[in-house]
Write a protein that binds this ligand. Structure first.
Ligand code: S3P
Length: 174
């Protein structure tokens, strides 16, 4: 099994921030983000890909990214877009860590952040909070089903959660 750590979970739960924190704890790891990779590959913002090519084109780009990660990447903490967990080879990329939280916790985290407007604006599937809630309800069991490790993001501070992830990943990867 590859030694990557793959962070999955709903939009706005804090996958990117946690990936950066994990990398600061272990200098052997580096951080990658699937949305950033797709934006670099296409030289286009996610929002624009959805608006011009459509969601299915975006999902195909996620699969392409997943194939590349499986083939080429080790020693990385990979933060993913909220729908990336559906790629067919997800389990071959690394240890899957689901960052779990209730929808209301996630929503508050976004709207209470200093750059809330920007965070909402860049996410095409978070334009309407009730639609986002339905998407969350459709997905939360599937996140859990695909995960090797589940951590509760609302249970403590990020530092403690990062330590918990490193400990659990190490015991699984041994
Ligand atoms: C999506 C989540 C987004 C991004 C795209 C689709 C989703 O990433 O990949 O807008 O399907 O949940 P974040 O989880 O980083 O917001």
């Amino acid at each position: 099994m590859k030694n990557n750590i793959v962070l999955i979970g709903f939009m706005g739960v804090g996958k990117g921030a946690l990936a950066r924190r994990l990398v600061r704890k272990d200098s052997a790891l580096y951080a990658l983000d699937t949305d950033d990779m797709i934006e670099s590959l296409t030289n286009t913002k996610i929002k624009k890909i959805f608006a011009t090519a459509g969601e299915s084109a975006f999902r195909a780009l996620e699969q392409k990214t997943a194939n590349w990660l499986e083939k080429n990447v080790t020693n990385a903490v990979i933060s993913t877009g909220g729908g990336f967990f559906k790629v067919q080879n997800i389990k071959k990329i690394g240890t899957i860590v689901y960052l779990k939280a209730e929808f209301d916790w996630i929503y508050s985290r976004i709207v209470e952040s200093p750059n809330a407007k920007k965070k909402l604006k860049k996410r095409p599937l978070f334009q309407d909070s009730e639609k986002a809630r339905s998407l969350f309800n459709e997905r939360y069991e599937a996140y859990e089903a695909v995960a090797d490790i589940v951590v509760d993001m609302s249970a403590g501070d990020q530092e403690t959660i990062a330590d918990e992830i490193i400990r659990k990943v190490r015991s699984l990867q041994q």
